[in-house]
Design a binder for this molecule. Structure first.
Ligand code: UDP
Ligand code: MG
Length: 324
């Protein structure tokens, strides 16, 4: 038995939680049952763990996590020192699972269980068959609100147009192998866009499909503003196309300017030079707007450089509760 256990993969299921007290009890019930089942039927090692990452919640999330760790030896808890956002919480969980749990495979799943946890079984099977990355892909989004669906779809389309390689309808529900977790150590960027990074790592990538359901309880931690920021960050941390576009815009404007130059000279020498208030006002504001926009795009990249150059830590860990 002990011999066999030795060969079983250690699975870590990383769950980022930010103010999730409403949903956590039912989430824990389902995930703990799932992991216990996988341990019992010999799919994964008894050293496997459910790792809740508390991303600086202000409600009773951490107290709930502490109690789950007490009651169930398969549960571990990681408390971050403050709110660092979804991507950093995931990274903290992945780092800890790799270094402290020595996990052979790490699954990340959102606390609201909108992504079907049963797909973890299939992910693990694919992992045992040699996959290094298994992406969870939503089959349809009919359960999402119209607004969420449309904005999310627009997001993928924009990303692809900007040259960022992402998998359509795949968020942060995936399995990665230990060597992918090690590969991620070599991406020190502060501006973390995990789905782009992981996809670009390569290795043997597979997908599993599942139906996305509604949030079990509580409300979305990604309001529109955060989503737009996330999209801008995703694009600017992966692609320099926006700066190219600014350059193209400049070229087009120079060509238009040549046309206007001809027109101006013609008007001056034929004595019609004074009229043209409308075209004057329009070009003033239009060109002014374009210049500001261009500055904004370039500024965005400079801001990114500024953040990266400082090289501040992505997160700090306050507590780590683990049942060895
Ligand atoms: N989350 C986090 N830190 C944050 C915001 C969100 O760890 O600052 C977690 C949250 O608890 C959840 C996951 O990220 O487990 C996804 O958030 P949510 O379900 O609210 O996003 P949505 O599914 O609406 O895009
Ligand atoms: Mg959600």
């Amino acid at each position: 038995m002990a011999e066999k256990e030795h060969n079983l993969p250690i699975l870590a299921i990383v769950v980022p939680c930010y103010n999730e007290q409403e949903v956590l009890p039912s989430t824990n019930e389902r995930l703990a049952a799932l992991l216990a089942r996988m341990v019992d039927d010999g799919t994964v090692s008894p050293l496997s763990r459910l790792v809740y990452v508390d991303d600086g919640s202000r409600d009773t999330t951490w107290r709930l996590i502490e109690s789950y760790c007490r009651d169930n030896s398969l549960v571990s808890g990681l408390k971050m020192a403050g709110n660092r956002g979804h991507q950093n919480a995931l990274m903290a969980g992945i780092d800890t699972a790799r270094d402290k749990l020595k996990a052979s495979a790490i699954v990340t799943i959102d606390a609201d269980l909108q992504d079907d946890p049963e797909a973890i079984v299939e992910m693990t099977t694919l992992f045992n068959d040699g996959a290094d990355i298994v992406m969870g892909v939503r089959r349809d989004r009919s359960k999402d609100s119209w607004f969420k669906r449309t904005t999310a779809q627009g997001f993928y389309r924009l990303m692809q147009r900007m040259g960022v390689d992402v998998t359509y309808n795949h968020a942060d529900y995936r399995l990665i192998s230990r060597r992918v977790a090690f590969a991620m150590k070599r991406y020190p960027e502060r501006n973390l866009f995990l789905r782009g990074v992981i996809k670009s790592i390569g290795f043997n990538q597979k997908s599993v499909f599942y139906d996305r359901t509604e949030r079990l309880a509580g409300e979305s931690k990604y309001p529109l503003g955060k989503m737009i920021n996330f999209a801008i960050d995703g694009i600017t941390s992966f692609s320099v196309k926006p700066v190219r576009l600014v350059f193209t815009m400049g070229v087009i404007f120079m060509i238009i300017a040549l046309g206007i130059l001809a027109y101006v000279l013609h008007a001056k020498f034929t004595g019609h030079a004074v009229s043209g208030w409308a075209s004057m006002m329009l070009s003033l504001w239009f060109v002014g707007g374009c210049v500001l926009l261009a500055l904004g795009v370039v500024g965005e990249y400079i801001a990114k450089i500024y953040i990266e150059v400082k090289g501040r830590p992505r997160y700090h860990i306050d507590q780590w509760i683990h049942n060895p």
